[in-house]
Design a protein around this ligand. Structure first.
Ligand code: SF4
Length: 309
């Protein structure tokens, strides 16, 4: 763990290298606070990749997990994309492979496959359309099919099915961090904070979603809390989100739904890792051209969907 002086020093050295390399630093909402503070842009994975693609930067440093940097490489093929920690993976994204996605599809030949953005480029490439946790209902309802498949997150699919008019089948993947949160833990924290408003991420299990006052993606949480008259919130997602929530709402209080809501992969990246990767221009993330083209088509089809949720 870096000291405050080391953090200041590293941040200054990172800013200097960023400007010399014409680079931009992105940090996901679940990253360590000091990494978020050093970043040019913070947010959710798709929003960051879309924003970074629109900049003049030649280099993108993505502080997040591997599929996020891949999404940036898919959307910005002319830029160099670096990941400070190439070993930062996502256990949920790793629960499905290109082969298992094709096998899932083959069982329902007439049903389009909707794939959550938390997946590898290989899986996006064999997908009919992507979705995020913010637009899954709109994406599913936009499809001209009675039956729709969703992968890899069974919890997001279950949540989407509640609001969709389609018959849905889903893959049996999940995020271990969100899955771990139990209804009993939520009830216990609610009883300690009876006035607090409980916001859950749709990656939580259905029995936890049932207890939520609001269900939202990370960017949805940030928008909602800013506008909400409530002063106290129980946060049902990875704890990193509490940092930007506090920064944007210093007068409000945020209570983690459980102390174990920490994604070890998201916490791997330190400022030293960011500095080292920029200095050496190492850990370049690339996607093969044919996979990139097919994965981008799935992302483009998602972006074209008119939001209704
Ligand atoms: S919080 Fe869950 S979905 Fe996000 S990177 Fe960690 S394991 Fe993957």
């Amino acid at each position: 763990m870096e000291t405050a002086v080391e953090i200041d020093d590293l941040e200054r050295k990172i800013r200097d290298l960023l400007s010399r390399r014409n680079a931009i630093l992105l940090a996901h909402n679940y990253q360590r606070p000091e990494v978020q503070d050093a970043a040019d842009l913070t947010g959710d994975s798709l929003g960051l990749s879309i924003e970074a693609a629109a900049t003049q930067a030649e280099v993108i440093v993505f502080s997040g997990v591997h599929f996020m940097a891949e999404s940036s490489a898919i959307l910005s093929p002319q830029k160099t994309v670096l990941i400070p920690r190439p070993d930062a993976g996502c256990p949920m994204a790793d629960m499905i492979t290109r082969e298992s996605a094709l096998d899932f599809k083959s069982r329902y030949p007439d049903a389009p496959l909707v794939t959550y953005i938390n997946s590898t480029a290989d899986v996006k490439a064999v997908t009919d359309i992507c979705c995020t946790s913010a637009n899954s209902v709109s994406v599913v309802n936009s499809l001209d099919a009675r039956t729709v498949l969703m992968a890899p997150d069974r919890n997001l699919a279950h949540y989407t099915a509640r609001f969709s008019k389609k018959m849905m089948h889903w893959y049996d993947g999940f995020c271990p961090i969100h899955e771990r949160l139990t209804p009993d833990e939520v009830k216990a924290v609610k009883s300690k904070h009876p006035d607090a408003f409980f916001i859950a991420h749709p990656e939580c299990r259905p029995s936890v979603v049932d207890l939520a006052d609001k269900v939202a993606s990370t960017s949805g949480m940030l928008d909602f809390v800013k506008k909400s008259p409530h002063k106290e919130f129980i946060i049902g997602t990875e704890m990193g989100i509490i940092h930007p929530l506090k920064k944007a709402n210093p007068d409000k209080e945020f209570i983690p739904a459980a102390p174990h809501m920490v994604c070890a992969n998201m916490k791997l990246t330190t400022l030293q890792d960011v500095y080292d990767c920029l200095l050496e221009m190492k850990n370049v993330v690339t996607v093969a051209p044919d996979i990139r083209q097919a994965a981008k088509a799935s992302l483009d089809r998602m972006v074209a969907v008119k939001r209704t949720d």
